[in-house]
Design a protein around this ligand. Sequence first.
Ligand code: SAM
Length: 350
Amino acid sequence: MMPEATTALSPCSAKAGAGALTDAFCRRISYLRVSVTDRCDFRCTYCMAERVEFLPRKDLLTLEELDRLCSAFVGLGVTKVRITGGEPLVRKGILGFFRAMSRHLASGALRELTLTTNGSQLARHAQDLAACGVRRVNVSLDTLDPGRFARLTRRGRLETVLDGIAAARAAGLRVKINAVALRGHTEDELFPLVDWCAAEGHDLTFIEVMPLGETSIEERLDQYLPLSDLRARLAGRFTLQPLAGTTGGPARYLQLAETGQTIGFITPLSHNFCESCNRVRLGCTGTLHTCLGQEGATDLRAPLRACPQQMDLEEAIRAAIARKPRGHDFDYSRAAPGGAVRRAMNRTGG
Ligand code: SAM
């Protein structure tokens, strides 16, 4: 029997070491994903409505508040911080935030500071990001066809993103391409993306489409392309070798024997990674989501603004982590057309 998550101080803390951030199921939380804005310069059809109402600016945490919160997590043993959005690089002053956070890399408390971006602003920021200690970047790219890219993102230019990726590489950053698997689309994109990533030396991961944004469940089910389909197509051309090991997240990896390339598969809706889940997500308004597939969330903005003492903030974080659910259980196989599928992320916490 697993213990109930009822107390603020996890009984697992003693086992994991004094001060370690553990939940009621003895999972050590070491990975924080932080959305720094809900705004984005793209409107990807599977992610955002074309006309989206963004949050009032006053609801967003300031960059100083984000720094304070992230630093509290680092103080509690988080060793990897991923910055995301919306589009993180459209937030004004974001490089200052990266610069400030890099002090935790310098001290050794933080092992990795990284980001997920659509690449539209990478060309002008890649050098500075590298100077802040960023070593890897995830770039979302679903197609190498300029027309399809424009239609899918509704307002992006493929060339700009490719320039951004080239600038990232020139700055010494490792690039991982994330492509969302979409029916009627990714079937044609699979081999061009695999071949391009092999030629350019980028890692590549496919992501199962999740029920986000304003899209109806009927549309979503139309878009849904199981990653098993892509895997079967790859098996027709390559010898697939599953790789052991996990990052504590929803990705599974396999290697293409002929090229040595590693391909990731992210199936966020399956619960096959909950037992080793080491991550939590902080939305740009200060809401902490401790599980990808559950609605439960904790507001950290109020304690952040109310507590001048970092100690009190740490207690609020510990209490939130102690409520991290054991796992989630939704997937498309449970979703009848027209039926309810819970949202995996909300607009503040991509
Ligand atoms: N703007 C940044 C970007 O494009 O990478 C960061 C935010 S974006 C929400 C983070 C990732 O979520 C991207 O890789 C994007 O493709 C993915 N994503 C967005 N909507 C999705 C959906 N409905 N299902 C699965 N992944 C999705």
